[in-house]
Write a protein that binds this ligand. Structure first.
Ligand code: URA
Length: 437
């Protein structure tokens, strides 16, 4: 069977066999299958879907494309959380040290920016010297010392996701439930966590735009975890407007520090604390989510979470104290202004994500590097009142042409109405726990 036949089968809506998927994935990782054939298969899979069985096989062959980490011997509990991707989503940077301060160890394997969404690895690497390329011994040692460590796919751990993720990012093949499921679970099963908490984003800035789509993705993740015997919690969370005020790599690190100091915005902290609380429940450290919430709040208030963050930055090659300082902003500044009086009803997170990408915070081609000091700082959030001509957001770029592109994305991104109907919408839309008794 040739790779061309594998692509044709998927193009024609047929099911790919295990042998076909193994040949495709292992050939791609070895470099024997060219990127254009992998991309063609990704588009066929995007358009025609994969059955649950194919999704399970794809996940399995992706895990087997490299080594799985062996974290046995760490005292644990070892629990991780993963987001399906959002805008301004810096939850992992706050949550990992917070949960570690409560006694749960977090072996976190994250991704880079994908589509219009930002990536945890890109954000962390905006900290000078911070390395997300850790070998297994170093990963284990940092978890032991700080309670959490942050790494990415590598040439020997889920290399298949590293490749497919980068190709999906630039071929318009991200928003697919089976491809997202296989991508996330291959990382999560290779990293050695005992239980998983998923933040399934839902809304304009998510890959799943409707609640029904988000439920289908959550069910797909739970189903695969059930089949592989891994306890799991799925939380569907609102992603209509950007989370917090900052969008862009270094800007999001700066806002994470603000959150760890106890001054975080309500929407971001609601999501972070709720997910953290579920991690404590999944790890047996809290017996109820309410108890988990109060322990997470305490870890922020008493400074333990911030202390863990500083220790982790030092351990992963950065300077922890310097990471607490305000970050540099690129020199070209433009202001997005309100075009009428009223209340902000919505800030379209997809448009803001695309605008941040246009400023240089994301990639247009696989080989692009992202810029740390560009992005957007919101001056208003949904529910806030605003007068015509007042600032809704500040944009920072290294060159004016990029600002023009970003402003084009934002032309219709801000919705202002006479009445405030946006205030206090719940951030957590659904929670389903599938944990062992
Ligand atoms: N996060 C991932 O790791 N992969 C996806 O496909 C989407 C979000």
């Amino acid at each position: 069977m040739s790779i061309l036949d594998t692509i044709i089968h998927k193009r024609d809506g047929k099911q790919n066999s295990r042998t076909e998927l193994e040949q495709l994935v292992s050939g791609a990782v070895r470099g024997d299958v060219p990127h254009y054939q992998v991309s063609a298969w990704l588009m066929a899979a995007f358009l025609n879907g994969l059955t649950p069985e194919e999704t399970g096989v794809l996940t399995d062959v992706m895990i087997r494309s490299g080594r799985s980490l062996d974290l046995s011997g760490l005292p644990g509990p070892l629990i991780d959380k993963h987001s399906t991707g959002g805008v301004g989503d810096k939850v992992s940077l706050i949550l990992a040290p917070m949960v570690a301060a409560c006694g749960v160890q977090v072996p976190m394997m994250s991704g880079r920016g994908l589509g219009h969404t930002g990536g945890t690895l890109d954000k962390l690497e905006s900290i000078a010297g911070y390395s997300t390329e850790l070998d297994e011994d170093r990963f284990r040692q940092i978890i032991q010392d700080c309670g959490f460590a942050m790494t990415g796919q590598s040439s020997d751990v889920v290399p298949a996701d590293r490749l497919l993720y980068a190709l999906r990012d630039v071929t318009g093949t991200v928003e697919s439930i089976p491809l997202i499921t296989a991508s996330i679970l291959s990382k999560k099963f290779a990293e050695g966590a005992e239980a998983l908490v998923f933040d399934v984003k839902c809304g304009a800035g998510a890959f799943m735009k409707t609640f029904e789509q988000a439920q289908a993705l959550a069910e797909s993740l739970r189903e695969s975890c059930r089949a592989l015997g891994r306890p799991v919690v799925t939380c569907i969370t609102r992603m209509e407007s950007p989370l917090g005020y900052a969008i862009g790599n270094a800007f999001e690190v700066e806002e994470s520090v603000t959150c760890l100091r106890g001054d975080g915005p309500a929407d971001l902290m609601d999501v972070t604390i709720r997910l953290g609380a579920w991690m404590l429940v999944a790890g047996g450290v809290a017996s109820t989510v309410e108890e988990g919430v109060s322990r997470c709040v305490q870890a922020i208030e008493n400074g333990d979470a911030l202390d863990r963050f500083v220790r982790n930055v030092n351990a992963q090659g950065g300077n922890g104290q310097r990471a607490l300082e305000p970050v540099d902003r690129a020199p070209v500044r433009e202001v997005l202004k309100a075009d009428r009086d009223g209340y902000v009803q919505g800030l379209n997170a997809y448009a803001f994500g695309r605008a941040a990408g246009a400023l240089g915070a994301g990639r247009m081609q696989a080989e692009d590097s992202v810029l740390p000091d560009v992005g957007i700082i919101l001056a208003r959030k949904p529910g806030d009142s605003v007068h015509s001509g007042e600032t809704v957001a500040e944009l920072y770029a290294r060159d004016p042409a990029r600002v023009a592109d970003a402003m084009a994305w934002l032309a219709d991104a801000v919705q202002i109405d006479d009445e405030d109907a946006a205030g206090d919408l719940p951030m957590i839309l659904e929670e389903v726990a599938q944990l062992k008794d």
